[in-house]
Design a protein around this ligand. Structure first.
Ligand code: ADP
Ligand code: MG
Length: 677
């Protein structure tokens, strides 16, 4: 049931949203309209009248004397007229749409767009998660493609943007209209914005079918999950080695106390076996038996704080009933469930693992992943690239333990300094958004299924629908998280956080330094594409640069870097510039190929890296990043050594300028709370 326009307008007016002056007429006596200033607008309302203009139920530009005739004409044409709204006609201006909806995953979302009746055709809209801040309101308006129309375009006067911001806040801000409505759909279309104010000339509200149920926000202590005293594996076979046997092997080599669960055997692959989880004393059990048997296994898990169901074949395969049964079993046993449809937990500190090849170094990077395979790749590739992990956890369908609950715990974990998230369906998007906002840690988000095609793949993978790409962008923007679009960039941004973790920077510019030529030009383009402006150098450094033999003066700054160049030149140049004007980020790039085309010049490359390491040491308030372009031209092992030298000084290394620019943009997006003074 929708609420009539004049009823919504009364509520809006009370809340402080400007609406036209008007009267409601139920008989055909229009005397009450006598007080209104012409021109007037006549609108019929009634149970079936939703899109009034389509039905011919709106007439503009009337005089008071014309009202009765116009109303009689409408009545003769329209079946269900319950009455009329007569209101003053607002002056023409820029027409906007302002609406609010309850997103299935993220809850109340505010939408603002240009176009009024043309909204659908223009598709020029911006989103904000309620409650928005004033900064969010301004960001939303500024992000519209048609934003110039608001500021006076081709002779039209600029509109009152402050009044528009106030309207957005009244609707979507703290304590706003969105909180008072049972949000199904709510829409002001159009809002007419002019030079001296804004007015909502149409309003529509369709209440939600049912109210939301308050989510219970649990937070377990996850320490025993990551650092269990002992572990059980359910599902390893004595005859046909399977996933369970593989995990037994991994745990054996990790050296953690271990027990197998097997219905008959006393021993599986050299590991002591017991008939059920009821016979174990462990903090964590990994279950790899066919889906249908999982609820029965989990029912025996009383006393085991965490059970992880690796098996697939639940919600993601269209068997939501079986997934519910699994969650019920976990509740009944008093255990917390991870998964189903995932891999495991990885924590070198806790000898917890689900990947082969031994444990890597313990570090400060955490990862929560809805894909087990991806988590395994990020661990292995990330460690190759120098990442060291504090906690990695895969949650698959997240039927019980959700990414949000884990994030809340990690935010307080003293071992964790940065968090990566790979999500397909967070289960409760609003809870995740709130957890993201609440954490002080830098977070990087990779979301699978943001495109229509990806969504189909995701639906068959983790089950459930992923909210659309624009909501994720809004979530990242409002919560202050970096949003990336590839696994490589997820690792790259985490590497940046790890390297520069506690560094507090000064200034806000980016300086790019490296050899001259096309690479420098392309570097500028890469940063431009990432939305990072490279400021010109301060004018008074040019003489000093010339003194160092550097003739150029741009940013990117072109300096001789190569096997024959002086290793210390770049650090000297950086020092000259940063001393004049603090610089948040310095990106030094080298062409590795130039060092090896005319012989093996690994040593000059190392010397250059060491010099850069020295520069980072001397500049505690600047983040130095190294880009080793064309690294594939170096003999095996050279890049590793460059990375090692750089890592010791807290310098992250990238192979491309694009990857470096994504990392720096990510650090800025996750900033505010991180890395800035
Ligand atoms: P609909 O149900 O078709 O959306 P509206 O109430 O939005 O009906 O009216 C249709 C159009 O008429 C609006 O898009 C707007 O351009 C114009 N309009 C309606 N009311 C007013 C008003 N009070 N002042 C000026 N223009 C109005
Ligand atoms: Mg309308």
């Amino acid at each position: 049931m929708s609420v009539y326009e004049h009823e919504v307008k009364a509520l809006l007016s009370q809340a402080g949203v400007p609406v036209p002056r008007g009267v409601v007429i139920r008989d055909l006596d229009f005397a009450a309209a006598g007080d209104l200033a012409e021109p007037l607008v006549l609108k019929a309302f009634g149970p079936g009248l939703v899109h009034k203009s389509d039905a011919g139920a709106v007439v503009l530009g009337l005089r008071a004397a014309d009202l009765a005739a116009a109303a009689a004409e409408m009545r003769s044409r329209l079946p269900d007229v319950a009455g009329f709204l007569v209101e003053e006609q607002a002056d023409a201006g820029v027409e906007l749409i302002v609406g609010a909806v309850r997103d299935v995953a993220f809850g109340p979302v505010l939408l603002a767009g240009l176009g009024g009746v043309w909204t659908e055709a223009l598709r020029d809209t911006a989103l904000g998660l309620c409650p928005i801040s004033e900064r969010d309101a301004r960001r939303m308006l500024a992000s519209l493609r048609g934003a110039p129309l608001l500021h006076g375009f081709r002779g039209t006067p600029p509109v009152d943007v402050d009044a528009l911001v106030k309207l957005l806040m009244t609707v979507g801000g703290p304590g706003g209209v969105w909180e008072r409505l049972e949000l199904g759909e709510f829409e002001l279309n159009p809002v007419i914005a002019g030079p001296s104010g804004v007015v909502a000339v149409d309003a529509r509200h369709v209440p939600a079918e049912s109210g939301e149920t308050a989510a219970d926000r649990r937070t377990a202590d996850f320490l025993p999950l990551f650092e269990p005293k002992a572990v059980a594996v359910v599902g390893a076979s004595t005859t046909r080695p399977n996933f369970g046997n593989m995990f037994l092997d991994f745990y054996k080599s990790a050296g953690i106390p271990l027990v197998a669960v097997h219905p008959e055997a006393d021993e599986v692959a050299g590991v002591r076996a017991v008939p059920s989880l009821a016979h174990t004393e462990v903090d964590y059990a990994l279950v790899a038996v066919p889906a249908g048997r999982c609820p029965e296994v989990v029912r025996q898990a009383a006393g085991v704080p965490f059970v992880q169901v690796m098996s697939g074949g639940f919600g993601e395969a269209g068997r939501a009933g079986l997934e519910d049964e699994l969650v019920e079993a976990a509740r009944a046993a008093g255990t917390r469930l991870l998964g189903p449809n995932c891999m495991g937990v990885y924590c070198p500190r806790g000898r917890q693992t689900f990947v082969g090849g031994g444990l890597g170094p313990a570090g400060s990077v955490a990862l929560i992943s809805q894909s087990g395979g991806l988590a395994g790749e990020v661990i292995k590739v990330g460690e190759q690239r120098g990442l060291a992990f504090s906690r990695v956890v895969t949650v698959g369908n997240a039927a019980d333990v959700t990414p949000a609950e884990l994030l809340r715990w990690l935010a307080k974990d003293p071992e964790t300094g940065a968090v990566g998230l790979y999500l397909e369906d967070p289960r409760d998007g609003r809870e995740l958004y709130e957890a993201l906002r609440a954490t002080d840690l830098p977070v990087v988000l990779l979301v699978g299924g943001r495109s229509g095609q990806g969504r189909q793949a995701a639906a068959s993978h983790t089950g459930g629908m992923v909210s659309d790409r624009r909501i994720w962008e809004t979530v990242a923007e409002q919560a202050g998280a970096a949003l990336v679009s590839s696994q490589d960039d997820l690792i790259g941004v985490l590497a940046f956080f790890q390297a520069h973790g506690t560094r507090v920077t000064e200034g806000d510019g980016v300086l790019v330094v490296g050899p001259s030529g096309g690479a420098s030009v392309l570097a500028a383009d890469a940063f431009d594409a990432a939305g990072v402006r490279l400021d010109p150098l301060p004018g008074d450094v040019l003489d000093e640069l010339r003194g160092l033999g550097v003739a150029a003066s741009g940013n990117p700054l072109e300096v001789p870097v190569g096997p024959l160049g002086r290793a210390g030149l770049v650090p000297e140049v950086i020092d000259v510039i940063v001393r004049r004007r603090p610089c948040r980020d310095v990106v030094a790039h080298v062409n590795v190929q130039a060092f090896f085309t005319y012989g093996n010049a690994a040593e000059p490359l190392y010397a250059y890296t060491r010099a850069l390491a020295g520069a980072q040491g001397a500049l505690p308030r600047t983040r130095v990043t190294l880009v080793t372009r064309n690294g594939e031209c170096a003999p095996t092992g050279v890049e590793d050594e460059v990375r090692r030298i750089a890592a010791e000084a807290g310098i992250p290394v990238y192979r491309t300028m694009e990857a470096a620019s994504v990392a720096i943009t990510g650090a800025v997006a996750a900033g505010g709370r991180y890395g800035t003074a």
